[in-house]
Design a protein around this ligand. Structure first.
Ligand code: TNX
Length: 480
């Protein structure tokens, strides 16, 4: 019988194997037990996923009469496992999944699915008791849709893939020098001009407000929170090229399709800048259920220090006035943002630690910039932050990188896929998988339980399962 220690990814906090197993058969049912209410869609999802994993079309049971062999889901708000934790008990009588909230049930149902062999001839579950909570609340992936545009269908597939591994944030890098990818009411030129291209001969594109709402809703059904980023004051050439009033001289420069960074800046002194900030933050706040709006703030090399501080403080006020919280790249730490702000560390520890109050999302380029190549033989990917083989993506401790910043000031981790040189969604998958599974475990599993030798066979197993659903993944020599 399959060893539950060897098939779960991310590895749960507590796994106690028990003797025996549970035969799951066509007569087994999924039973939405006490407290389920709004979490009905977790049940429908689970039924569909169980069919894929076992070949069996299970029915729905009734809460008052679970029978032997059923899979019973229950919400119990008194459980001490937080929003995302869960307990899964499997014995020869049934599988019992309990959580304090819907997100925990979702997470536990992902674990349950992984316990099947995925060989339709064998649909037994191992008996086991699992008690699980994440190390960090923020386990994210960032997709740059500005340099090369990827539309709604791709973003939805990406959501589905990351959600399998309990990644719960999708950060969309929506604007940059080469493209503005979100329609903003009252600012048609931003997309009419700013979304018509990208890097090289990218044909561009953008999300309408309806598209954005669809993405948010699809993500929510997978317990993924969308974190939208509008990068300011630097990385703004596409906006400057679209709206004359954003320029001090009132003249739009031509669009840009190259790969340089750090040459553009919005100016608070231009007539339309403050209105744009107000409208864009307002719309994002209205359309985004998550708490955080990402304001970028990186590589503003042509903005003076004084202007930069003022700019970030204007953004900070706008975000707060809309009842949201700000997240920005590590450069914003130098402006001493409020304690409710998240600073996303990517390159320079001494810059990131300039604030002593904010909390951190850890995206150290050398471990989490998945636009880097896997190895010297890799046909796609860059190398300025080094090669990131699977062991490099796995073997790091988020609490060991910034002096004086340990788990309690770390909100979590995030991998970033920048797309200057990523032309197709096949390349997105190739650079992200299976590397994102490394990040998923870095963010979820207690550091003391993480060792590459025990992770490696689990990663190999899941790489296999991803290949089975046609993910165009990197076949690392480390997994053979
Ligand atoms: C740095 S990370 C950037 C991006 C680039 C990336 C390329 C960050 C905050 N800025 O603009 O796309 O490197 O690897």
């Amino acid at each position: 019988m399959l060893d539950p220690l060897r098939c779960l990814l991310p590895q749960p906090a507590v796994v106690e194997p028990l003797p025996a197993h549970l035969p799951v058969t066509a007569a087994s049912r999924v039973v939405p037990g006490a407290g389920l209410g709004d979490d009905e869609h977790t049940v429908s999802h689970l039924l569909a996923d169980l069919q894929r994993a076992t070949g069996l079309r299970l029915g729905r049971g009734r809460a008052d009469g679970p029978a032997k062999g059923d899979i019973v889901l229950r919400i119990d708000p008194t459980l001490p496992y937080g929003e995302e934790g869960y307990e899964l008990l499997i014995d020869e009588t049934g599988a019992f999944l309990t959580a304090a909230a819907g997100h925990g049930l979702w997470n536990g149902s992902r674990t349950l699915l992984q316990l099947f062999t995925h060989d339709h001839a064998d649909t037994r579950l191992p008996a086991v008791r699992i008690v699980d909570t994440p190390r960090f609340e923020w386990r994210g992936a960032m997709l740059d849709v500005a340099r090369h545009f990827f539309g709604v269908d791709y973003v939805m597939r990406f959501v589905e893939l990351i959600a399998r591994y309990k990644i719960n944030r999708l950060h969309l890098h929506l604007t940059d020098d080469q493209g503005w990818r979100l329609a903003v009411d009252g600012w048609p030129a931003l997309t009419a001009i700013g979304a018509t291209g990208g890097i090289g001969n990218d044909i561009g594109g953008y999300f309408s407000r309806t598209d954005y709402a669809e993405i948010v809703a699809h993500a929510a059904r997978h317990f993924v929170t969308i974190v939208p980023e509008v990068d300011m004051p630097g990385h703004t050439h596409a906006a400057l090229a679209s709206v004359p009033g954003l320029n001090l001289d009132g003249i739009c420069p031509p669009p840009y399709s190259g790969q340089d960074v750090g040459f553009s800046s919005l100016q608070l002194g231009a007539p339309a800048t403050r209105q744009l900030i107000h409208d864009v933050i307002g719309q994002l706040a209205d359309d985004t259920p998550g708490h955080y709006l990402h304001i970028g703030g990186d590589e503003a090399s042509v903005t003076s220090d004084g202007d930069y501080r003022e700019f970030i403080s204007v953004l900070h006020d706008e975000v707060r006035a809309r009842g949201k919280r700000m997240i920005g790249w590590e450069e914003i730490a130098t402006t001493r943002p409020g304690a409710d702000t998240l600073v996303q560390h990517w390159l320079r520890p001494h810059v990131a630690v300039a604030t002593s109050t904010a909390r951190y999302v850890m995206s150290p380029a050398a471990h989490t910039y998945f636009d880097m190549r896997h190895s010297a033989e890799c046909p796609v990917g860059r190398q300025w932050a080094g090669s990131i083989e699977l062991d490099t993506a796995y073997e790091w401790n988020p609490a060991a990188l910034l002096v004086g910043v340990d788990d309690d000031r770390i909100a979590g981790v995030e991998a970033a896929l920048w797309t200057e040189r990523v032309h197709s969604f096949a390349d997105v998958e190739y650079l992200c998988f299976p590397r994102l599974l490394c990040l998923a475990e870095v963010g979820w599993t207690p550091q003391a339980l993480r060792q590459w030798p025990s992770f490696r066979p689990r990663l190999a197993l899941h790489a296999h399962r991803l290949a089975d659903i046609n993910v165009h993944l990197y076949r690392s020599p480390l997994l053979t």
